[in-house]
Structures are given as C-alpha cells and as structure tokens.
Ligand binder design. Sequence first.
Ligand SMILES: NC(=O)c1ccc[n+]([C@@H]2O[C@H](COP(=O)([O-])OP(=O)(O)OC[C@H]3O[C@@H](n4cnc5c(N)ncnc54)[C@H](OP(=O)(O)O)[C@@H]3O)[C@@H](O)[C@H]2O)c1
Length: 239
Amino acid sequence: MPDTSAEPSRRAAVIGAGGRVGRAVTAALLRDSWDVVAVVRDPERHDLPPHPRLHVTRGDAQRPDGLAPALATVEAAVLAVTPFTAPPDSFDGFDPDYYVTIVTGLAAHWPAPHRRLVAVGLAATLRLDTGELVMDDPELFPPFLRPFALAHARQADALRDTGLEWAMLVPPSGFGLAPPAGPGRSLVREPVTRRQATAGLSHADYADAVAGELGAPTLHGGRAAVVPPPVDDLPMLAG
Ligand SMILES: NC(=O)c1ccc[n+]([C@@H]2O[C@H](COP(=O)([O-])OP(=O)(O)OC[C@H]3O[C@@H](n4cnc5c(N)ncnc54)[C@H](OP(=O)(O)O)[C@@H]3O)[C@@H](O)[C@H]2O)c1
C-alpha cells in the first residue's frame, strides 16, 4: 500500500526482528509509517511479510561492530533478542553478561546523533509492591531460570552507563497468552502489583507500546511494565 503520509519516514532497526516479539514490533512500526531495518541472523530463514518500507539485513547482536553500517542509518532501535526460544535444560556455559555485551556493543557501534533504544524486558525482573522481585517468588518464576532473569536485570544496569537514550518495556508474565485487547494498555512504574506482573498481554498490544515509545517517548532512561486494561490504581506514565 503506498505511504500517503506527508511526513518523511523515520527509520528504526529491530534487532531480533524474526522472533515472536520482533515480528510484532516490526509490524507495529511499519503501520506507524516507520522505515524498518529488520536485523536477523539468517535472512534466508525469516518469514517477515514483504513491505516497501521493510529492509532485511543480516546481523548478530553479539557482534555489534558488524551492525554499525545499519545502525548508522537509524535514529531508533528495538532490542528483541533472546538466546533461549524455550527454557534450556541447563545454563552451563551461559554468559551472564549476554545482554550487557549487546547493549554496550550497540552503544559503541551506533554512530548516529539520535540513538533511542527500546529494550524488551523480562517479567521476572519486575519489583513487586511486596518489595520482592518476581524472580524471588518460586510460584511466579521457576528458580532454575534465575540465571536468565539475572542476565536481563544486568542489561538495565548496563544501559544506564551507555549514553543511549533508552527505555526498557517489561512485559508481564502472561506475555503472548492473551488475545489483543486494543487501546488501553498502560506503562506502569515499579513497584507493580502481583496482578499487573502476571497479567496476560498479547504481542500486538506490547508492540503498540514499543511503537509508542519510539514515536512519542515518555520514558527516558528507565523501565516500566506494560500492563493491559484493566489495571490497578497506580501512577501511569502513558495511556
Ligand atoms: N513474560 C516475559 O517477560 C517475556 C516472555 C517472552 C519473551 N520475553 C523477552 O522478549 C524478548 C524476545 O523474545 P521472543 O519471545 O521474541 O523470542 P524468540 O521468538 O525466540 O525470538 C528471539 C529472536 O532473537 C534472535 N536472536 C537471538 N540471538 C541473536 C543475536 N545474537 N543476534 C540477532 N538476533 C538474535 C533470534 O534469531 P534467530 O532466528 O537467528 O535464532 C530470534 O529471532 C527477549 O528479551 C525475551 O526475554 C519476555
């Protein structure tokens, strides 16, 4: 469909565009008139539907020097990669700095004047209004997955030191388990309630929140949970 917008397109990279979250974010950004550079490890294997503003490029997030030419063309990026599509049998050999390496590498190899990064978070890292983290409650998060949760948590700490204009949007633990609810989602600062941390949220609704944070940023150097309606009565950052 031709783009009838009078505004010049903005350009964003989606790193991990072939994954569940990456595909939904790519679709939301294309809908919002972004040019999207879809970074995938194997362009032959992705199944992203063709689109005139979609540019698929090969890249490995753990080798961000190779991403520099693509990053130089974008003002924004979404980080949606995971080393585990399904829970692993073991964390032997897992690098706890998996995400730290990626975000510090992106910052070092992204030679653009405006560098807005939205990182996909993990529900296990959310702080509850009881003072606990979700990952501390074995009813909410399997303890054997803790190394992965800690690697995600380290990502936020590393982002604070990068100089990037970053935000982390944390989905609830029912991510991907609810049908799209449409408008009405909220970004909620921590601490969150147990109900908010465990809500169901579709990938499409989460992707809308990401597209919103790229198009009209409200979070500057911070994290928020993406919560579907209805939500508890907590301070909202955006509707
Ligand atoms: N409730 C929650 O909090 C929750 C639930 C699910 C996911 N998440 C988070 O959401 C994010 C995305 O997860 P997902 O469900 O979309 O996972 P997914 O479907 O497994 O997709 C992950 C994508 O990452 C890509 N990838 C992995 N390593 C990469 C690298 N080094 N360079 C470039 N691409 C790489 C994979 O590409 P290949 O095709 O090349 O393997 C794959 O397309 C992760 O941060 C995950 O932890 C959170």
